[in-house]
Design a protein around this ligand. Sequence first.
Ligand code: DC
Length: 206
Amino acid sequence: MGCSFTVAIDGPAAAGKGTVSRAVAAHFGFAYLDTGLLYRAVGAKVIGGMGPCEAARTLAREDLEAEGLRSSAVAQEASKVAVIGAVRDALTAFQRDFATQEGGAVLDGRDIGTVICPNADAKLFVTASAEVRAKRRHAEMQHSDSSESLAQVLADVRARDARDMQRAEAPLRPAQDALLIDTSNLSIDEAVSAAIGAVNAKRTKT
Ligand code: DC
């Protein structure tokens, strides 16, 4: 057994992946990478006028701290640049390096268990109905200055799901050996406990 332990957490937008991933990483003392942020940072540079392949090739750490990466405009652009194979390829090495660092790592995204880390030690697929995800995202937005209606947020969630699932390159889908966690009717604590339990079961096996 080596010193690295990789947890792959995939799922659609606003299913609770980020919350679950951060909690799992904190519980086990693993490093955490939100891979959506890489695509968002590329999307933001494209909105700023750069070509998507150049944006991905030249991506630097400080780009991940740019303002506005959480906006819905950047999310949609991220989902658009994410269909481009050359963009995905340019981001692969960084993610794989992160995954195999000593001490363990949690990566969340869309294709971690299927493409980036097919040999991950534990794989989870965190999902929820589109309606529940839109409601959560809309409630979150009440704390910001955004004024999107629930119907608009639901339309955005569905558009992003369709693009993420139907693309040819690394589409969003559960790995065969992923444990499915549907958070539609779970509290945050329940979802986190299910995830920690699943990772623990794998840890005692390796
Ligand atoms: O997880 P997120 O909402 O921050 O991701 C933004 C977009 O980036 C998402 O709609 C699709 C893309 N993405 C991807 O294609 N592969 C990943 N591993 C992570 C995100």
